[in-house]
Design a protein around this ligand. Sequence first.
Ligand code: FO1
Length: 317
Amino acid sequence: MKQGQWVLALAGGVGGAKLAFGLQHLLRRQLVVAVNTADDFEHLGLHISPDLDTVMYTLAGVSNKIQGWGLEGETWSFMDQIGRIGGPSWFKLGDRDLATHVLRTQRLADGASLTSVTRELCASYGVAANILPMTDSLVRTVVGSEDQKIPFQEYFVRLACEPVVETIEFYGAKFASVNEELKRAKPGKPAAIIFCPSNPYLSIDPILSIPGFRDWLKSLGAPLIAVSPIVSGMAIKGPAAKIMRELGYEVSALGVAEHYRGLIDGIVIDSSDGHLQEEIEERGVAVRVENTIMKSDADRIGLAEKCLAFGSSLAAR
Ligand code: FO1
């Protein structure tokens, strides 16, 4: 990568944040992360932005490494008390994490945009990369199951992803617009655009559902790379495999490549899925086979290096 070049990453929650951490280590301020906000919701009068917070805490090095979401060293007095006095306790808000939600909610009520609040919070947590919500418009994921329309966090947390997914809708998406600050974040062409190993259906699709987002990505003229969150037919974390099965798609890195076909130039698949390389390449998508399981910071940085090298090789073609 040439000096001064920047990279755009698209991310949802935990899996995406891990690769974004590795990319930030290599790129610092030259990394822009567009984050899914369709998981956001109002809870106990607070505006919760789970994916923005997961990416922010991870890049700040203060995330709870076991859960993947929330803060390390968290305490739960608020939750205990809410439960004791009959409030909803299915969505866990830690005492320290609560400060982020309260401040965000208050700033939004003052008229600040989610983009501005995110910038302020990232600055206070000492994040080097530029983390931006995909849009400042309201977009909400709703899961359809057996004639029910289930708001995302109810499906994901309260119902523990048990309902069979028949449809996934992004309410408000058609009225939303791409975050203007995202479009203006850096001048010129990025060295690569990377779809982090986030859930394609629940984390990346909401971003791509915003009118003009796909065209904007294409217009940047950079190699577009996805990292498969499906390894050996299973999701590294979360319900991606279950959802693919329920929606009738092949649960494999090939299924992920098919999903992004027409948009991506290349895909990074795990070493255990090397046998899929030829089949994916036959579909016009370049393949890089690497270890994609990120257990340590070194794994995250290593995979980020591989993604950047893959981007350079695709740009040189
Ligand atoms: N995930 C859970 O599985 N249970 C929770 O109680 C929970 C609380 C929570 C609070 C703040 C936050 O930023 C994230 C939280 N998450 C929780 C994670 C969140 O539901 C998911 O990471 C995403 O929305 C999916 O990417």
